[in-house]
Ligand binder design. Structure first.
Ligand code: HEM
Length: 181
């Protein structure tokens, strides 16, 4: 299942990496205003996606949305725009929830790389703590646990299709939010 999710979303991953302002962090040239926007885009995408995963799978836990909200509160950014995206993403089955979970869990691997570079961004030096881009090992541990659990699950042909389609849709939803905000 993991290999199928990876293969089906590889191109979408490359596309989203290209569209993302996170490369300004990699180049150490991001301004506070650009950082606020990047955090808000991520907040909206994670908030909606994680709320819907949790509604389907009550055991789902994550601190991503919460950490983004903390960063944004410290920078006085209003979060209400997320309400506009409430109806742009849906989850209806457990298999779909797992497809979306793959995307949000995997995204912390890129987050680790970004976190290492954020300390070098001079224009962000007044920000004491980065809650979302925290670079904690916990994200990698959590990815390993997710992939281990996924390997143990049996998916019917229909469930496989649901998980793969939802993983693709999750990337597309993130892309839409990144383009529009
Ligand atoms: C500039 C932004 C990004 C960078 C630089 C980046 C970079 C990376 C890197 C380095 C990995 C680890 C590859 C590996 O260790 O095998 C990864 C994996 C992954 N990323 Fe990203 N990423 C970015 C954005 C995103 C976004 C926005 C999403 C989702 C919405 C995402 C979803 C994933 C997923 C699902 C994986 C796991 C792939 C797999 O091993 O199956 N990434 N990313």
């Amino acid at each position: 299942m993991l290999e199928k999710l990876r293969a089906a979303t590889q191109e979408l991953h490359e596309k989203i990496e290209g569209e993302n302002t996170a490369d300004l962090i990699m180049k150490h040239s991001i301004s506070v205003e650009q950082y606020k926007k990047l955090l808000l885009q991520n907040y909206v995408a994670y908030k909606i996606t994680e709320d819907k995963i949790e509604a389907q799978l009550p055991d789902y836990t994550s601190d991503k949305t919460e950490n983004l909200a903390k960063d944004l509160a410290e920078l006085n950014v209003d979060l209400s725009i997320s309400e506009n995206y409430q109806h742009d993403f849906t989850i209806n089955t457990d298999a779909e929830a797992l497809g979306a979970w793959y995307v949000v869990e995997g995204s912390s691997l890129g987050g680790m790389m970004i976190s290492k570079n954020i300390k070098e961004c001079e224009q962000l030096s007044s920000i004491e703590e980065h809650h979302f881009f925290n670079g904690k090992r916990q994200s990698v541990d959590s990815w390993r646990k997710f992939t281990k659990d996924l390997k143990k699950k049996d998916f019917s042909a229909e469930e496989q299709t649901q998980a793969i389609e939802k993983a693709k849709e999750t990337f597309q939803f993130f892309g839409k939010v990144f383009r529009e905000i």
